[in-house]
Design a protein around this ligand. Structure first.
Ligand code: ADP
Ligand code: MG
Length: 763
């Protein structure tokens, strides 16, 4: 077919022969109108022209005469309103936008005044691009591209970015690109408009050379430059053709290049997607930051959800372990013997252990702190388990200091935080009401009850040293204390808060001071000088003491014997020496609590405890949920989570849109070159996928480094607390879907304009 046509052109050196049927392009009374601001202006009016292979047609005329409009109609960039344009004899007046896109891809090579090259690509990559778009194989590309570059004399600059080239060199690249595309028609609108005369001369001779086996249509307002090479001149005025003259013989080397039918292959899409990712480094970094933000936000949302689920587990009230948290494991020897220091060291070194609390009896005690600015009531926790930020004050710097976590809504703090911080306060054990020790609040963290879906109790965070100091009190509170005095058997039980043992500094070992009513327990009505027998029993140990009553006290004699002014507080207490107190209650470590690094690591720790033949109880297994709290919070949480993710999505989308705005040129050009919307979208998808995967990889590396304690980023540590393998996979999937949707939306925006609109935006 091609050969046939070429034959027909033979000897066609008169003006008549190219009006024969079967010409490459025929225009019949073609008119194009522009509608703008309610006005109709005509671009071209009733144009009749035929074009053929071998011609080097120069369209000339004054500015505004319709040259560009004519060229755009010929090259299918613009539609026409009247008449008919035939391409190889086929009518096009019914063509849709997609039909013209295909036409452009198959037949048209474009050369522009402003080059329309991808500036961030090298010369080689610009030429390669068009070949990839047309589905040319890698092997052929490798051979062909250097050849074509040589033809336009740019071999030296092959691997240079286009942005570094001069105007003349750029135009040569765009000619090389048109050559590489190897279509039968090449159109050029003012190709020398931005060039000096020497470069212009070179470009024109290159074009004339090409025209030997193609149809080249050039628009210029400077015909003189082209006179030497043109085979034909078309002069325009006010949208009409006023002259159409053959000025020299057509070139008859025979046609090369035919309709392009190849398609961008999948591997080319991946190649271009990856290339575009790293092409412009600042853009890549910006996108990376956006996707890191998305990664952290989405994992934050997920963690928050997980956290509130475990908080709702906490809500399932457990009446033995008051300090219920699902990362806590109670550990003791199987025979309830004292845990040796050696074992303690081993326990601390187990995998997944965050902290070990030696004096864990204290953990299940409720305490209160009372003074004129504070009325605190909560459970005791080790300071290491504080995960919230301290908003006022600081971490404890000595054992006498502590941090409270409180809900401002509860009104536990009655003054300003400054009134509370640093003030010496009394710490009471709630069950017995007895003062345990002095404490200074060094810092305050807050519960935001509006953020939480479940009630969270106030917490007191103590240092390890302080907890050790309070161990004896905790054991006393957890013990059954029996006191025998004279003939009577007096049993002290926590519920009655009756006879408590209080260590009194300065009291000699072996003596006790008892309330006046003890006199009644002895047959002669005198307690002083007589003995009391004390026995202590709890789940770990029993202990006994036999103390001699040094004296008895009443309201009047209290301050004389005790040396304090606290009769009201201690009217039914027995004072003993600190040494006896310690002997009775401080028998070593029988039970410890391990806090796992997170609730998922509890199982890891438990497995090791099993190997150590320890008895252990993970509290997350001990909880009894009488009703399905999880189900209830789930219903509230899920829409909230979805909402958050949607918000993050839109923030990311708008930023990505802004970043991609700088690449509108790129997308306009590749569309001009005939890449389909679908393929451009695919390439954008791949770019986003690469960026999101890199962002995720960075996140994983950070997680890894943090878990090996090489670096420490509090927020990410917090995030990882609730993440499981499933969580990580899920997170990646969510990120992939989000990046896909973002690129989809961005692409839709990019393609809302037609190729021509996009192109005009560029000119
Ligand atoms: P030339 O390339 O010869 O300078 P054009 O083809 O660009 O001329 O323009 C021909 C006529 O069409 C002019 O009157 C111009 O104002 C009008 N025209 C061109 N493009 C548009 C457009 N996008 N909207 C409205 N009018 C246009
Ligand atoms: Mg123009």
């Amino acid at each position: 077919m091609v050969q046939q046509k070429t034959d027909r052109y033979k000897g066609a050196d008169t003006g008549d022969s190219y009006r024969s049927e079967g010409n490459m392009i025929q225009l019949r009374n073609v008119s194009k109108f522009y509608y703008s601001k309610g006005m109709i202006s005509s671009g071209i009016t009733k144009v009749n022209l035929d074009f053929d292979i071998g011609e080097f047609v120069v369209i000339t005329g004054e500015s505004g005469s319709g040259k560009s409009t004519l060229l755009n109609v010929i090259s299918g960039l613009d539609t026409y309103e009247e008449g008919e344009m035939l391409i190889e004899g086929r009518e096009t007046s019914h063509y849709s936008g997609a039909d013209f896109e295909e036409y452009r891809k198959k037949y048209i090579g474009n050369i522009f005044q402003n080059f329309n090259l991808i500036n961030s690509y090298t010369v080689y990559q610009n030429i390669e691009l068009i070949l990839l778009i047309n589905g040319v194989s890698e092997a052929v590309i490798k051979e062909k591209v250097p050849d074509i570059i040589e033809k336009v004399g740019l071999t030296e600059h092959m691997n240079q970015k286009v942005s570094r080239l001069s105007g003349g060199q750029r135009q040569r690249v765009s000619i090389a690109r048109a050559l590489a595309k190897d279509t039968s028609i090449i159109v050029a609108d003012e190709p020398t408009g931005n060039l000096d005369s020497a470069s212009a001369e070179e470009i024109i001779s290159l074009l004339a050379d090409i025209a030997k086996d193609k149809l080249v249509v050039v628009v210029t307002h400077n015909f003189d430059q082209f006179e030497k090479y043109a085979t034909r001149v078309v002069r325009m005025n006010d949208g009409r053709v006023i002259e159409d003259k053959v000025v020299s013989r057509r070139n008859l080397d025979g046609m090369t290049g035919g309709p392009v039918t190849g398609k961008l292959t999948n591997s080319s899409k991946i190649k271009l997607g990856v290339r575009n990712t790293f092409n412009i480094i600042p853009k890549f970094l910006l996108l990376l930051i956006v996707f890191l933000f998305v990664t952290l936000s989405v994992s934050g949302v997920y963690t928050n959800y997980k956290e509130s689920q475990s908080a709702s587990n906490e809500f399932g009230y457990n009446n033995f372990f008051q300090n219920y948290s699902d990362d806590r494991i109670i550990v003791k020897n199987r025979d309830s013997s004292v845990i040796t220091d050696e074992t303690l060291t081993k326990l601390r070194e187990l995998d997944g252990v965050k902290t070990l609390v030696k004096d864990d009896v204290m953990l299940d005690k409720t305490v209160n702190i009372e003074n004129e600015y504070l009325s605190f009531y909560g459970n005791v926790y080790p300071i290491e388990s504080l995960t919230r930020e301290i908003e006022d004050g600081a971490l404890p710097s000595k054992d006498s200091e502590a941090v409270i976590l409180t809900d401002p809504e509860m009104g536990e703090i009655m003054g300003e935080p400054e009134d509370v911080i640093g003030r010496k306060s009394d710490l009471y054990l709630e069950e017995t009401g007895s003062k345990l020790t002095d404490i200074k609040i060094s810092g305050i963290a807050y519960i935001n009850s509006e953020d939480e879906d479940v009630y969270e109790p106030s917490k007191l965070y103590l240092t390890e040293g302080k907890m050790e100091e309070l161990r004896a009190y905790a054991y006393m509170a957890a013990s059954e204390v029996k006191i025998e005095a004279g003939s009577k058997d007096i049993k002290s039980e926590a519920e009655y808060a009756s006879y408590r043992l209080i260590p009194l500094d300065g009291l000699a070992k072996g003596s006790a001071i008892v309330p006046e009513e003890f006199n009644d327990y002895y047959s002669d009505g005198k307690a002083a000088g007589k003995y009391i027998n004390i026995s202590v029993e709890n789940m770990y140990f029993t202990s006994k003491a036999r103390l001699k009553n040094q004296s008895d006290f009443n309201e009047k004699t209290y301050s004389k014997y005790i040396g304090m002014d606290t009769y009201e507080e201690h009217m039914t207490d027995i004072f003993v020496s600190p040494k006896d107190y310690e002997d009775l209650f401080d028998k070593g470590t029988y039970q410890v609590s391990i806090y796992a690094r997170n609730s998922h690591e509890v199982d890891t720790v438990a497995a090791q405890l099993k190997d150590m033949k320890m008895q252990y109880l993970p509290l997350k297994d001990a909880v009894s949920n009488d009703f399905d709290v999880e189900g209830i919070t789930g219903i509230v949480q899920v829409p909230f989570m979805v909402l958050l993710v949607v918000v993050v999505f839109f923030i990311a989308y708008f930023v990505v849109r802004l970043i991609l705005k700088s690449r509108d040129t790129y997308f306009a050009i590749v569309r001009m070159l005939g890449m389909s919307k679908k393929d451009i979208k695919r390439i954008l998808d791949i770019e986003m996928l690469v960026v999101v995967s890199i962002a995720y990889l960075i996140f994983l590396i950070a997680v890894l480094l943090i878990s090996h304690e090489i670096i420490n980023i509090e927020y990410i540590r917090y995030l990882t607390e609730y993440m499981s393998f499933k969580g990580y996979v899920l997170l990646y999937l969510v990120l992939l879907v989000m990046s896909y949707l973002i690129s989809g939306r961005a692409a839709r925006k990019l393609f809302a304009a037609s190729a021509m609109q996009a192109y005009r935006g560029e000119v």
